[in-house]
Design a protein around this ligand. Structure first.
Ligand SMILES: *[C@@H]1O[C@H](CO)[C@@H](O)[C@H](O)[C@H]1NC(C)=O
Ligand SMILES: *[C@@H]1O[C@H](CO)[C@@H](O)[C@H](O)[C@H]1NC(C)=O
Ligand SMILES: *[C@@H]1O[C@H](CO)[C@@H](O)[C@H](O)[C@H]1NC(C)=O
Ligand SMILES: *[C@@H]1O[C@H](CO)[C@@H](O)[C@H](O)[C@H]1NC(C)=O
Ligand SMILES: *[C@@H]1O[C@H](CO)[C@@H](O)[C@H](O)[C@H]1NC(C)=O
Ligand SMILES: *[C@@H]1O[C@H](CO)[C@@H](O)[C@H](O)[C@H]1NC(C)=O
Ligand SMILES: *[C@@H]1O[C@H](CO)[C@@H](O)[C@H](O)[C@H]1NC(C)=O
Ligand SMILES: *[C@@H]1O[C@H](CO)[C@@H](O)[C@H](O)[C@H]1NC(C)=O
Ligand SMILES: *[C@@H]1O[C@H](CO)[C@@H](O)[C@H](O)[C@H]1NC(C)=O
Ligand SMILES: *[C@@H]1O[C@H](CO)[C@@H](O)[C@H](O)[C@H]1NC(C)=O
Ligand SMILES: *[C@@H]1O[C@H](CO)[C@@H](O)[C@H](O)[C@H]1NC(C)=O
Ligand SMILES: *[C@@H]1O[C@H](CO)[C@@H](O)[C@H](O)[C@H]1NC(C)=O
Length: 679
């Protein structure tokens, strides 16, 4: 019985549950946060792997009382709802005592809307998950532990109801959840990055993204079972090798999805840190490469096939991972497979038009995919440019040049056939369709296929899709995708409009985090334009409760706030080179940091009185080099800039696509004061 293990972890010294990793898993995670500080108050991760419910809801679900360690089911109280007050996931244990035979049902849900005697949907079939039943055979007491395969990966509410024999008096006590996620970490709060700003909601959003990614980092043998079970659920699938792996969502699908990793991996790196789960996820995709060179759309046991875009996301994910970790052994191990995957996808480029013709039409959820779709072409461009970079790391300059030449030619084809200059955005494909998709347009800016003028135009056009609670996606009508919006916010920052990016972050992610029926601690997979939690219901999802409320693909603000607001980004392996280019938007101060094998990277800025000057502190590992673009506060051409006490007058220049005062800073600690010289 597992309870023995739990007892063994109980520490009399501290008077609480001692830090521990998941079950038999070896602890390899960090022991302490890299940047301890006041911002730890925003961190949603529990102090311990063993957590108790916080409150008991009233029967009308409108109020609550503190959970005091036991609840009573009786004829008067046939159902009790325990609230953990935030997203959690794992295995629940409890004790019970009853005055007669009874059967009680156990159910879990993320959103408050779906509280009831049955769980929210997660099994992947079209049948309800239902509930687990505990049969109490007669008067007496005992203890119960949820069987491992019935692990509930993501929930906030735990509901106990009579399933029959109502009338017995059953005392359910000592409900404890053993957290299943982030299995190799003994201290779930030991983040290797941090963020803090003068804006409380942005702070919460950054930490909600980070915590979501932790809930998506799961023990290797707790994936959703395939074939999908009916009228219940099973999370006993093996997802890969190793002991920890990153999946798409806490509750579901609990599978490796490389497209999701396009957002989840940067956000993990810049917040929680520790990318062994990412390495295991990418490795399993290569391990299951098909003979023709194609990579699966999803990892085992699901192993869905037939997605050209997700095929490419594995290749882009490889670049991200190698850039952050400098894991050249991983690259060497998979390099032949990587090249084969490039040839597979490049073989679909039409020689006449120079555009990719998509035949693997599965994708993130957009309604249409196929032919010369612009999103897929933009992703191919990124695949080629990043693979060109990887080829240099592998010492193959000729191959690097080949990939770069292909990228350059593709860039010309995309801008020739897909750009609508009269409208000022990319069309969904090279027909005269008037659908200007959120995904391709956001990604084209993000992947640098565009001029400054195109960036401005796309950024302005994207705003036309917004309603009060987010960006409604033209390619998935009626729905708001915080996944695609995670790319969109980056495109607004890259267009130099931080105010616009922050506006969308607040209206979409802020809306969800404030929603009384949500988890108040994570980022949601998607929702309808009217604000109901029914993403893709009627478009493939069997029930509105199927939506995942902890989906890493929606964690884009986490990396974006670090990269564009704090301003720090890794540009060379492990941060050997980096850039610092903050954007202020409407905020007064921000700071943040992250960790690589070279050490800690950290920056802080604060705007001075009357917005006439600002100060910056920046500390990076010795031996690294950063390109720095200090933004203009009021738009002057000149500024007096004092770096480590030494003052100099700087003149504005364009660096990349944005204006500012440019310089280079080497590793070490630096303080900077920027005072603009009025025109
Ligand atoms: C929350 O859910 C309840 C129950 O379904 C519903 O009555 C209420 O309107 C919802 N609240 C919001 C803000 O959507
Ligand atoms: C509980 O009892 C019911 C009715 O006797 C039976 O169908 C069910 O299989 C039992 N469940 C468990 C978990 O033992
Ligand atoms: C329920 O059980 C717990 C644990 O044994 C005990 O502390 C509590 O007093 C019991 N409640 C009632 C109403 O008997
Ligand atoms: C997972 O659990 C389901 C349902 O109990 C069972 O049918 C299946 O064989 C299990 N799969 C594995 C891999 O253990
Ligand atoms: C584990 O790794 C081996 C060897 O690399 C590979 O053949 C196997 O497919 C992997 N297993 C899983 C479940 O990924
Ligand atoms: C082009 O895109 C539009 C909008 O998504 C779609 O309706 C149409 O079917 C696509 N055409 C082709 C040939 O793929
Ligand atoms: C794009 O695909 C459509 C549908 O196959 C085709 O009609 C059109 O000619 C293609 N355009 C280019 C530039 O290849
Ligand atoms: C272009 O769009 C118009 C409608 O806006 C349609 O009537 C026409 O057939 C389309 N032309 C082509 C070549 O697809
Ligand atoms: C973007 O592309 C242009 C060429 O089109 C290149 O000069 C520039 O360096 C690129 N910027 C980045 C950040 O890669
Ligand atoms: C930035 O975005 C805001 C809000 O959409 C807009 O009002 C403003 O004009 C934009 N600024 C620039 C320079 O484009
Ligand atoms: C990256 O890895 C390579 C090969 O192991 C090594 O030579 C290089 O020094 C590493 N770079 C950094 C910045 O750690
Ligand atoms: C920079 O560091 C100094 C010394 O610790 C501190 O006084 C100042 O407030 C810091 N500035 C910012 C913007 O954090």
């Amino acid at each position: 019985m597992r309870s023995t293990g739990l007892l063994a972890a109980y520490s009399l010294v501290s008077g609480g549950w001692a830090a521990s990793c998941w079950r038999e898993t070896t602890c390899t995670g960090p022991l302490e946060p890299a940047f301890p500080g006041d911002w730890d108050a925003y961190n949603y991760a529990p102090e311990s792997r063993s957590v108790k419910p916080k409150t008991v809801l009233s029967s009308d679900l409108l109020s609550s009382t503190t959970y005091d360690g036991s609840v009573i089911l009786s004829a008067d109280t046939p159902q009790v709802v325990l609230d953990f007050a935030q997203e959690v996931g794992g295995i629940i244990t409890f004790n019970y005592a009853s005055n007669s035979a009874a059967a009680i049902g156990l159910a879990w849900t993320e959103a408050k809307n779906w509280i009831g005697s049955d769980s929210d949907y997660s099994n992947g079939g079209s049948t309800p998950d239902g509930h687990l039943t505990l049969n109490i055979t007669g008067p007496g007491s005992g203890s119960y532990e949820v069987p491992l395969e019935k692990l509930r990966g993501g929930f906030r509410y735990f509901t106990i109801s009579y399933s029959s024999s109502a009338g017995a008096i059953v005392n359910v006590s000592d409900v404890v959840l053993e957290i299943g996620f982030q299995p190799t970490w003994s201290n779930l709060r030991a983040y290797q990055g941090y963020f803090h700003s003068s804006d409380d909601m942005l702070n919460k959003i950054w930490y909600a993204g980070a915590y979501t990614l932790q809930t998506n980092t799961v023990p290797i043998n707790t994936g959703r079972a395939i074939p999908m079970v009916k009228n219940s659920w099973a999370n006993n699938g093996t997802l890969g090798n190793g002991s920890t792996i990153i999946v798409d969502g806490a509750k579901r699908d609990r599978a490796v999805w490389p497209g999701d990793m396009g957002i989840a991996v940067p956000s993990t790196f810049y917040s929680v840190g520790g990318l062994d789960s990412v390495a295991n996820a990418l490795q399993v995709m290569y391990d299951y490469q098909n003979k023709d060179g194609s990579l699966p759309e999803a990892g085992p046991p699901l192993l869905q096939q037939g997605s050209d875009t997700y095929h490419m996301w594995t290749l882009i994910g490889t670049y991200n991972y190698v850039m952050y970790e400098n894991d050249t052994n991983f690259l060497t191990l998979n390099w032949v497979r990587h090249q084969k995957a490039i040839e597979y996808i490049y073989g679909k480029v039409d020689e006449t038009s120079g555009l990719l013709v998509v035949t693997g039409t599965r994708d993130w959820a957009r309604l249409g995919q196929g032919f010369n779709n612009s999103e897929a072409n933009v992703i191919l461009f990124r695949t080629l440019t990043t693979s060109s970079y990887l080829a240099i790391l592998m010492g193959d300059n000729a191959l690097s040049a080949t990939y770069q030449d292909r990228a350059t030619a593709l860039s010309v084809a995309i801008n020739t056939h897909l750009w609508d200059s009269s409208y000022g955005a990319f069309r969904d494909n090279a027909t005269n369709t008037t659908l200007y998709p959120q995904d391709a347009n956001s990604l084209a800016v993000l992947f640098n296929l565009t001029s400054v003028e195109q960036d401005q135009s796309i950024s302005a056009r994207l705003v036309e899709n917004w309603n009060a609670i987010g960006a409604v996606s033209p390619e998935l009508p009626g729905q708001i995708s915080p996944f695609i919006s995670s790319f969109e916010i980056q495109s607004h920052f890259l267009a130099g409009n931080a105010t616009r990016a922050l506006d969308l972050i607040r209206r979409s992610w802020g809306w969800y985090l404030n929603h009384p029926n949500g988890t108040e601690s994570t980022v949601i997979e998607g929702y309808l334009e009217n604000g109901s939690f029914a993403y893709r219901f009627d478009r493939g999802y069997s029930d509105p409760s199927y939506t995942s409320h902890a989906h890493g693909w929606s964690s884009g603000p986490t990396s974006a706030l670090t990269n564009y607001v704090v301003g720090l980004t890794v540009t060379g392996p492990a941060g050997q080179t980096w850039s610092f280019a903050p954007q202020f938007g409407d905020i007064q101060s921000a700071e943040g940091g992250f960790t690589t094998s070279l050490g800690k990277f950290r920056a802080a800025w604060a705007i001075g009185d009357a917005r006439k000057s600002y100060g910056v502190n920046i500390t990076t590992p010795e031996g690294t080099v950063g390109s720095v673009l200090l933004p203009r506060l009021v738009g002057s051409e000149k500024a007096k800039i004092t770096i480590n006490g030494k003052a100099e007058v700087y003149t504005t220049s364009m660096v990349g696509k944005l204006p500012g005062f440019a310089t280079t800073i080497r590793g070490g600690a630096h303080s900077v004061l920027v005072q603009e010289i009025p025109i």
